[in-house]
Design a protein around this ligand. Sequence first.
Ligand code: TYM
Length: 330
Amino acid sequence: MRILSGIQPTGGTHLGNLIGALRHYVTNQDVGEAFYFVADLHALTLLPDPAVLREQTRSTAAMLLAVGVDPERSTLFAQSHVAAEHTQLAWVLQCVANFGELSRMTQFKDKSEGKGDSVSVGLFTYPVLQAADILAYDSDVVPVGADQKQHLELVRNLAQRFNNRYGDDLLVVPKPLIAEVGGRVMDLQEPTRKMSTSSASDKGTVWVLDEPATVLKKFKSAVTDSETEVRYDPAAKPGVSNLLELLHIATDRSIDDLAAEFGSNGYGHFKVATGEAIVELLAPIRTRYTELMTDPAELDRILANGADRAREVAQSTLDRVMATVGFLPR
Ligand code: TYM
């Protein structure tokens, strides 16, 4: 059993990344052989400043370690360190993918909106590189947030199409692992939109590294609704339901219990309690992150070891694929 997932380094790590994905990296690292990587090749689609990309790739690796990814039990690496294997496999998969299905990717549509013909080809083929990331490791399970569901469906389709063309079981068809509760953390200011790195205002996004006072302030000013009842109903009460999910995850108490406790007394106390629980959840992560960032050489060593192991696995899949499609052996 192989588990694999990746996170882009640019923009910072927010509560949505943590709740929707990173904590599942940690809980799944003993379920099988786990591979987690910093998706710096994907981050290049937006052409970040090179110094910023380098810095954030390292700090995102520190964040994964800080939340509990253990390099003794999981392979942690930077995607660009295995770029040769990932991009070569991506080329083969680009020949399997078709223009129409990539045009229908909602993330591409969102990110390319208003850019016309100047939108980069990398942004368009982004999900095929993601397919290569996953298929290179014969991944069985991919823990992600709900926003990656469509990309994962594409990956499954590409794997199945490849297998139909070249032979059963050549590529493992992966399954997404998307949590029912917490799979889509919403923006605190606009609770009908997912929390993201690119929100209009920083007030709705809680960064894992935010100061406790800032976290509390963001929760106190979270948008709810004009009623007074704490009740779980994501369609009718998206703001309150989002807070209930977060409080449930941070405290391990059931949503029903929490709704009963806070009842119909308004939202003030409920928002503060949720903010405080999240502050507690984030505190040890911030401390550990700060420690890890004092030793960049150690971080680089962990990434280098991870890349060695990752390359072994990806290279063997790539060899299999190259031989299968009809390239002459060297
Ligand atoms: P990225 O960097 O945008 O996000 C990293 C992870 O966080 C999840 N996530 C959320 N979960 C819940 N609520 C939210 N508001 C929220 N926002 C983000 C994402 O679903 C993701 O799991 N394309 C990917 C990176 C990638 C990848 C891969 C993932 C590249 N190759 C291969 C898995 C497998 C991305 O941009 O995620």
